[in-house]
Design a protein around this ligand. Structure first.
Ligand SMILES: NC(=O)c1ccc[n+]([C@@H]2O[C@H](COP(=O)([O-])OP(=O)(O)OC[C@H]3O[C@@H](n4cnc5c(N)ncnc54)[C@H](OP(=O)(O)O)[C@@H]3O)[C@@H](O)[C@H]2O)c1
Length: 305
């Protein structure tokens, strides 16, 4: 039996799918146990009972592997990085007490406890908590993840469909190395069975300068797109305004800084197989047809349906 946090989310959903395809049993822990369950009775949902650790421990009892995807993209209202980190510590402690044999944790490329960017610093702190948890573990660190259900690539495509002009922040030469969500799921499931503690980046076979990445998306979505170079500060302000108009957070300043520092790449040999440019061509008709709102997914899904 496996517990996957966030089976109704993005990466967790694909890990769950993989495990079910292999005939394994999956239980999920989620912020929204009452969300529509795409797996029906195949996956039982439990809440992240961080304030009731005995309950959380009970939902983990009997699990061989815990696949952990829990983290927040940005601080919002009472949900801060400090709180998400405290919750992560509770989750790992409950896993230890429940007798979970292994934790496969989803990190991120470029995380470091000395990073000036709280998202990346928090992700590194999660890994430290994992090392201290006393449970055998593996860490899979994806770069920019694309595929069914992703937010970033989909929303870039959505904006390109809506506007004939697209901003390029700074010189656009900073690199990204996108990885498909199915590759991330495969690597995570594979590492559940490795006997050594392992930390591995999950990265796709193609690396792009970000301006070429945008160009490629545009060629598939809206050929003839005009790219407008923009200083990062103006880009952040623009992103804030569009996000506000959409009732969402489009891109945080930290996400842009991380991207511009090349944190969504790796020096490691690619281990993802799915080629972004080929995937894009196959999915050019469907991506960006609707906007995916982070706020709606995590904070207001009931209110907005
Ligand atoms: N997506 C990427 O491109 C990417 C790239 C590199 C690394 N990662 C890492 O991969 C992991 C999974 O990412 P994902 O995109 O698949 O995430 P996700 O599905 O949106 O969320 C993962 C889990 O965290 C919970 N969660 C997220 N934001 C929350 C919030 N604001 N309040 C309460 N709970 C929240 C979700 O709750 P629900 O169960 O209710 O959905 C879910 O259980 C994260 O640790 C992330 O740092 C992601």
């Amino acid at each position: 039996m496996n517990v996957v946090t966030g089976s109704f989310g993005f990466i967790g959903r694909h890990i769950t799918q993989r495990l079910l395809e292999r005939g394994q049993t999956v239980r999920t822990i989620t912020t929204h146990p009452d969300k529509p369950n795409p797996f029906g009775s195949g996956v039982e949902a439990f809440p992240y009972a961080f304030d009731y650790p005995k309950e959380l421990e009970a939902s983990l009892r009997g699990a061989d592997v815990l696949y952990n995807t829990y983290w927040i993209r940005f601080e919002y209202g009472e949900m801060t990085y400090a709180r998400a980190l405290h919750n992560t510590a509770t989750l790992f402690e409950c896993a230890r007490k429940a007798g979970v044999n292994k934790i496969v944790h989803i990190g991120v490329t470029g995380s470091s406890e000395s990073s000036p960017l709280p998202y990346y610093r928090g992700k590194a702190a999660q890994e430290r908590l994992l090392r201290e948890a006393g449970v055998p573990f593996a860490v899979v660190r994806p770069s920019l993840v694309f595929g069914e259900g992703d937010v970033l690539v989909n929303n870039i495509a959505r904006l390109m469909r809506a506007f004939p002009v697209f901003p390029v922040f700074g010189d656009g030469k900073y690199e990204v190395q996108p990885v498909h969500v199915d590759d991330v799921a495969d690597i995570a499931v594979e590492f559940a069975h490795s006997t050594e503690p392992a930390t591995v980046d999950a990265i796709g076979p193609e690396k792009f300068a970000f301006k070429d990445f945008l160009q490629l998306v545009a060629e598939n979505i809206r050929p003839g797109m005009i790219f407008l170079p923009m200083p990062p500060a103006a880009g952040i302000a623009l992103g804030w305004m569009i996000g506000r108009a959409l009732g969402d957070v489009l891109l945080t300043a930290d996400e842009l800084r991380g991207l511009m520092q090349g944190l969504l790449t790796s020096r490691q040999k690619p281990n993802g197989k799915i080629v972004f440019s080929e995937w894009l061509q196959k999915n050019r008709e469907s991506i960006g047809r609707s906007y995916t709102s982070e706020i709606k997914r995590h904070y207001a899904w009931k209110k907005s349906g």
